[in-house]
Design a protein around this ligand. Structure first.
Ligand code: G6P
Length: 608
């Protein structure tokens, strides 16, 4: 959840750390800090608040150093405060540590350390690392860190510097991402490639229980058992503009507007228009096993789980394979019945979500085929699954997921198409679907042109405290996703429901103060949804509807409509979600909320 970055080289370290932290601020943003070694002393600065607050403090200091580490926090143990912010130091202030993850046995370790005379300054679990390393230090930092980490139960991405060995930075991981950037005469280590890409594109990914020891000359990788490991150097493929705002007010808006290109990128080289089929290189070796699976279990969290629900509809309809969708957090703890003839597909933008990773491990351990659908290349889940497919949507920085969602649905449609064509889906039906897929980028462009209409509707939502989102069939998961977007960035309580379920409870909430947002496009369930709209109107509800272009009849029934182009029913979520993303965005912005960094949230949830 937190972002960590370290640097050793020839340049002044503070601006590099601050810049790296800003690139990872999406990972956590309640407090931040840095530690550097200057004149053989540790110098630490930390504070509650955003990176820019920390940066302002630093401007006053003017410390010159070429080695240091930094941290941006998403609090787990101990409230956001200056004392709880990282880096944490040992009693003698010779060792500084930043940590991402959770130390589950910290209470026992802390009381042991306290009984041995160590004094603690924070309420965090992470601080024990500095003291453990201090305890084990007998003239070799690598040894002390290894010994300390062997005692940890839980997860860590950890960086350490020390005046004992002032030229070196140490980084290790278990369950939290860690990437090492190898530059010329400089090395960076961070939670995310975005913090390194301005300095180098050559990276290595640490695996669990590996430790990197870096100085300005280069790096060495060892296991926590002190065995040397030879690592392959990989290249980061995206360029800097993909992680900058590019003239937009917020990353979220940029990412919403990128969707015509990002879904195109997700289909590039994969869609076979003439054959009415698709080609997914990453899945090729296991398609037969997937096609003949007893069932497909999709597991994910948050927005990715909503994409999974649409995947269930798509794959069952086009390929007739039974699909179940489970929250990864539930899946991992209920000892699910999984056999060797099942396939588990983990959908995750970041590829690092702790619950989803645990679900993958559970599935593999039980012998199922484990597949991944990730956006972040080289992420842990991408590497731990048997096979998979990347989204190619480019880095998503806004905490509220938008472009990753549409790329997930597109990629699920491609999987459904491939599996369908291996079964009973005719080439004509395959062609119709693939033709329609290829038209979606242009259709999204035409929806984005309606931003002013959507903004004017959002303005009317602002005074409300609640909202209800209703949809049916393929658009029921879109109702869930629309409600999630609204609540996470505008803090308006919003619920998504299957439209027909309204009468079993939510209808009690309807009055003139309840905005009800319907997805009511012309599809096989259209008439049923219109009935539900009538029921809301009969009770004085205020209706906003996403409708098909040219549908005059429904416009008369609703208070506001947002028309969108027609597409095939299975693909309609890719269009219907766009106005809902914009509706949430404009509502939140006009309410003065920080849409890119909503309170209490983080983009990548690497803790349980
Ligand atoms: C967090 C994010 C959500 C995201 C979810 C799953 O809660 O705030 O936007 O949908 O994690 O993330 P993943 O990277 O696994 O898709």
């Amino acid at each position: 959840m937190c972002g960590i970055v370290g640097y050793v080289g020839k340049q002044k370290v503070l601006p590099i750390l601050i810049n790296g932290l800003k690139r990872m601020e999406y990972r956590g943003y309640d407090s931040a800090g840095v530690a550097v070694i200057a004149k053989n002393k540790l110098w630490v600065k930390k504070r509650k608040g955003k990176i820019r607050d920390l940066e302002m403090d630093l401007n006053e200091e003017g410390i010159s150093s070429t080695i240091g580490l930094g941290h941006t926090r998403w609090a787990t143990h101990g409230a956001p405060s200056q004392l709880n912010a990282h880096p944490h130091v040992d009693c003698q202030k010779k060792i500084a540590v930043v940590h991402n993850g959770i130390i589950e046995n910290y209470v026992q370790l802390k009381s042991r350390l306290q009984s041995e005379g160590h004094h603690f300054n924070s309420e965090t679990d992470s601080e024990i690392l500095a003291h453990l390393i201090e305890m084990f230090y007998k003239g070799d930092m690598g040894f002390a860190i290894r010994e300390a980490l062997q005692l940890i139960e839980g997860t860590f991405g950890v960086l350490v510097i020390s005046t004992h060995e002032p030229e070196k930075i140490f980084g290790a991981r278990r369950g939290s991402p860690m990437v090492v950037g190898i530059g010329e005469g400089e090395t960076l280590i961070a939670s995310d490639g975005a913090a390194l890409v301005e300095h180098t594109r050559n990276v290595i990914h640490l695996e669990d229980d590996e430790m990197a020891i870096a100085d300005a000359q280069g790096i060495q990788v060892k296991t926590l058992q002190d065995k040397k490991v030879i690592k392959a150097v990989e290249k980061i493929s995206y360029d800097l503009s993909r992680i900058q705002k590019g003239g937009y007010d917020h990353f979220m808006l940029k990412e919403i507007f990128e969707q015509p290109e990002t879904i195109h990128d997700s289909m590039r080289g994969r869609l076979l228009l003439e054959a009415g089929n698709a080609k997914l290189g990453g899945l090729e070796g296991c398609l037969d096993r997937l096609r003949h699976s007893y069932r497909l279990i999709i597991t994910a969290c948050g927005t990715s789980w909503h994409a999974g629900l649409i995947g269930e509809y798509l794959i069952e309809k086009l390929a007739q394979i039974p699909v179940e969708v489970e929250y990864a957090s539930e899946f991992r703890y209920r000892n699910p019945v999984i056999t060797r003839v099942d396939t588990v597909l983990a959908i995750t933008q970041s590829g690092e979500t702790a619950d989803t990773l645990a679900a993958v491990r559970e599935a593999r351990q039980k012998g199922a085929l484990a597949l991944g659908m990730c956006n972040v290349v080289g992420s842990t889940i991408a590497r731990e699954t048997d096979a998979g497919v990347y989204l190619h949507a480019g880095p998503e920085i806004g905490v509220a997921s938008t472009k990753a969602f549409t790329s997930q649905v597109i990629t699920l449609a491609l999987i459904a198409l491939v599996l369908g064509r291996m079964g009973t889906l005719s080439s004509e039906d395959g062609q119709t679907l693939s033709q329609e897929l290829s038209l979606l980028p242009e259709k999204i462009r035409s929806i984005l042109k309606q931003k002013d209409l959507i903004k004017s509707i959002a303005e009317k939502i602002i005074p409300h405290q609640n909202a209800l989102y209703l949809g049916r069939g393929f658009n029921y998961p879109v109702a869930l996703e629309g409600a999630l977007k609204m609540k996470e960035i505008s803090y308006i309580h919003a619920e998504g429901y299957p439209a027909a379920e309204m009468k079993h409870g939510p209808i009690a909430l309807i009055d003139e103060n309840m905005p009800v947002i319907f997805i009511a496009v012309k599809d096989p369930v259209y008439d049923k949804v219109v009935n539900n709209i009538e029921e809301v109107k009969a009770r004085g509800g205020w209706v906003i509807a996403i409708v098909s272009e040219g549908d005059e009849e429904i416009s008369r029934l609703c208070d506001h409509t947002i028309p969108i182009p027609h597409t095939l029913q299975p693909l309609s979520p890719i269009l219907t979600v766009i106005p809902l993303q914009l509706l949430a965005y404009y509502t939140a912005v006009m309410k003065g909320c920080n849409v890119d960094q909503p309170r209490n949230l983080a983009k990548s949830v690497t803790v349980e």
